[in-house]
Structure formats: structure tokens, C-alpha cells
Design a protein around this ligand. Structure first.
Ligand SMILES: Cc1cc2nc3c(=O)[nH]c(=O)nc-3n(C[C@H](O)[C@H](O)[C@H](O)COP(=O)(O)O)c2cc1C
Length: 182
């Protein structure tokens, strides 16, 4: 039986330094896991991108393909944007999809693919009025946004602990959203 496919989409936010931890958890849960990074996050992993490709068995995507290129990844069963940076949240909420990392989930959620997003940013970033508006805009479209006690709550500035990012809560929510209706 073929495995369900998870697009695991990570932004340039603290926990992406440890995205291999999140990938291992997704793989252990039986997902065929494809990693998509924002261009900024891809810079963080540039010297070690091969490790992530070996882990997932897929190319790591971070740029839109050329019109002449065919799709590099299998069709997604579900998508997870984690960690979602403040920048990606606000661009997505405003309908701007200038990165593949936003383009994929922003369309997929309107094509019946379950999309979950869990942020990671500090309270000073989260205090910008655009943030609450963007979360509301994503929820209005059907994205499951885990920005509270069931997911990630913004930390005080300079007090983040990216190692402790709760990947398991994001994956629990993905599984709940992707489960076939009873
Ligand atoms: C070392 C470093 C850590 C960062 N951590 C975060 C973070 O945890 N959350 C966040 O929203 N932005 C963080 N930023 C800022 C984002 O990387 C920046 O806003 C970037 O434009 C996000 O782009 P992206 O969403 O396309 O990845 C960090 C930047 C640097 C250089």
C-alpha cells in the first residue's frame, strides 16, 4: 500500500534549525514526507541539504519550478506549515504567494487538501496588528492554525526554545485533519 504524502513546509524561524527532528517524527508516523523550505530557510540548510534529501528520499524544494519543468514531488495528501514565521503568516494572510512554501498550501486548501500551520515567533512580533488578522484570514479559508495552548504560544522576546518546538502537536493535528470522515 502506498503511504500518504505529507508536504512538510518550513520557514526561516528558530525550529527550522532542527527540522530534521520534525521530519523523523513524521516519517516514524508513516508519512511519505516531502520537505519544502522557504528560500530563507533553504539558506540555513544549504551546506546540509543532502542530509534532508537522504532522510526524506525526495528533493528539497524551495523555488517555484520553471514552466518547462515537471512536478518533482508526488501529490500531497496533507500539508503542514511548521514552523510558520511571522513573515510567511502575514504574506499568506494577505494573499501574497511569492514563495513556493506559500504557493503550495494557499492553493491546496482550496482544492480539498487538509492544511495545518503552527507558528513560531515571539510576542513582540505577534503584537503586530497584521498577525491576528492573518490568523483569522487563514482560519476563514479552512487552514487549521495552531497558535494557542494546543500548538505554539508566542514566547517573550529572546526567550524562545526552538529545540522544544512541539512537532508532535502539529503532526497530531495533521492526522486529525487528514483522517477520513466517519
Ligand atoms: C537567526 C534567525 C532566527 C529567526 N527566527 C525567527 C523566528 O523564530 N520566527 C520568525 O517569525 N522570524 C524569525 N526570523 C526572521 C525571519 O527569518 C524573516 O522574517 C524571514 O524574512 C522569514 O522569511 P520566510 O517566512 O520566507 O522564511 C529569524 C531570522 C534569523 C536570522
Amino acid at each position: 500500500m502506498t503511504k500518504p504524502v505529507l508536504y512538510f513546509i518550513a520557514c526561516a524561524a528558530g525550529p527550522t534549525q532542527h527540522v530534521d527532528d520534525g521530519l523523523r517524527q513524521a516519517l516514524a508516523r508513516g508519512w511519505d514526507t516531502c520537505l519544502v523550505l522557504t528560500p530563507s530557510a533553504a539558506r540555513w540548510w544549504e551546506p546540509r541539504a543532502g542530509e534532508l534529501e537522504k532522510l526524506t528520499g525526495h528533493p528539497v524544494r524551495s523555488q517555484y519550478k520553471l514552466p518547462t519543468e515537471s512536478d518533482a514531488l508526488p501529490k500531497a495528501t496533507a500539508m503542514l506549515v511548521a514552523p510558520m514565521s511571522c513573515t510567511t503568516l502575514n504574506k499568506w494572510g494577505a494573499g501574497i504567494s511569492d514563495t513556493l512554501a506559500i504557493g503550495l498550501p494557499s492553493e491546496a486548501v482550496h482544492m480539498g487538501v487538509p492544511v495545518t500551520a503552527m507558528p513560531y515567533f515571539n510576542q513582540a512580533q505577534g503584537a503586530q496588528p497584521a498577525v491576528a488578522r492573518s490568523v483569522a484570514a487563514l482560519r476563514e479559508q479552512g487552514v487549521v492554525v495552531l497558535d494557542g495552548p494546543d500548538g505554539y504560544e508566542a514566547h517573550p522576546p529572546k526567550q524562545g526554545n526552538p529545540r522544544a518546538y512541539p512537532w508532535h502537536l502539529a503532526l497530531d493535528a495533521v492526522e486529525a485533519s487528514a483522517a477520513p470522515a466517519a
